[in-house]
Design a protein around this ligand. Structure first.
Ligand code: SF4
Ligand code: MG
Length: 331
């Protein structure tokens, strides 16, 4: 995705100019085949809007999106059908995304029918059974309805449905945040396992860095519609450079983070994207903000830590030098 933006007009009328909601502003991201990219931020940061644009569920206001050289934003007709076969979406709430009147067999069989109409009913049933086995469900589950399953099982049904077309890329919009903490790890592990076995590329949207720590290769942190930091997951966790990322990491319990670190509190609410702060959009909440931050918007630039690690902060070098992480501890 290159320079993607999505603006929504809000509350316009004949006499009042609509406000422009800049949900996603000038975002550029690349995912390599077989890689897992996590897009992280608080709710309202634009990450779901970004994911929906990639799936053409909503249209970008400007910018380009390509998948294996094919331009997603221009695809029509058959090209769009093929893109929808190759790119699939897993929704946050598995219950509301599954039609309650359809059996699991039909829910999973429907995309097979769309994308492989040549299969006989019997071949299709065999394929449904195979998909259910891949996500850890049993063949007899095909005759049941979504309400008969737990949240974790329903998300497994959603994953089987997403796999039915034989996709190369799966985008998960907070795929585990509606689930009990105890089953979140199971579903995350299932996704990582399917990625490795099927050679999938994953884009996982999350508001919680801890959830994606062990499954993602790279992380992009979003704040108010823009990517403020991106880099390799291990590098971001060990050497975060943007104050917002530092604050998000501070919120993760030490037991899950595995080392002690200084606490950088995240104060206040995220400002409305209808009226974003000037300059650096994080300046209203940043403990390191200076006068220049109010007027000059920082751009993503390379950090000193590892290739591909970039942060959008005027002062990250000084902040890192003055606030070194405490020595790592075992744990
Ligand atoms: Fe904070 Fe300024 Fe850096 Fe923005 S540019 S993150 S306000 S120090
Ligand atoms: Mg969301």
């Amino acid at each position: 995705a290159t320079n993607l933006s999505r603006h929504f007009k809000v509350g316009g009328s004949l006499f009042r100019k609509p406000k422009i909601l800049r949900a996603v502003e000038d975002v550029s991201l690349t995912v390599q085949q077989g890689e897992t990219l996590a897009i992280v931020g608080e709710s309202g940061c634009g990450k779901s809007t970004l994911a929906r644009m990639l799936m053409r569920l909503i249209e970008p206001t400007s910018g380009q999106m390509t998948f294996e050289g094919r331009q997603i934003d221009l695809a029509q007709g058959r090209a769009l059908t093929e893109l929808r076969r190759d790119m699939q979406f897993i929704f946050q709430d598995p219950f509301s995304s599954l039609n309650p009147r359809m059996t699991v067999g039909r829910l999973v069989g429907e995309p097979i029918e769309t994308h492989a109409p040549q299969l006989s009913a019997r071949e299709r049933r065999a394929k449904v059974a195979e998909l259910l086995a891949q996500v850890g469900l049993r063949p007899e589950h095909a005759d049941r309805y979504p309400h008969e399953f737990s949240g974790g099982q329903r998300q497994r049904i959603g994953i089987a449905r997403a796999l039915a077309s034989g996709p190369k890329l799966i985008i998960g919009d907070e795929p585990v945040s509606a689930l009990d903490v105890s089953v979140q790890a199971q579903v995350i592990n299932l996704l990582a396992d399917l990625r490795d076995r099927l050679g999938l590329t994953l884009v996982v949207i999350a508001h919680d860095l801890a959830v994606i720590r062990h499954m993602s290769d790279r992380v992009a942190v979003m704040y108010l519609g823009s990517v403020v930091e991106e880099g390799g997951t291990d590098d971001i966790f060990a050497r975060p450079r943007h104050p917002y990322t530092r604050a998000l990491l501070s919120a993760i319990p030490v037991a899950e983070y595995g080392r002690t670190r200084q606490q950088i509190p995240l104060e206040g609410e995220m400002p409305s994207p209808l009226d974003p702060p000037s300059g650096c959009r994080f300046h209203t909440r940043c403990p390191f903000a200076r006068d220049a931050c109010k007027t000059e918007a920082p751009v993503l630039r390379a950090t000193d830590t590892a290739p591909g690690h970039r942060a959008a902060c005027h002062f990250f070098e000084e902040i890192a030098a003055e606030n070194p992480p405490p020595p790592a501890t075992e744990g």
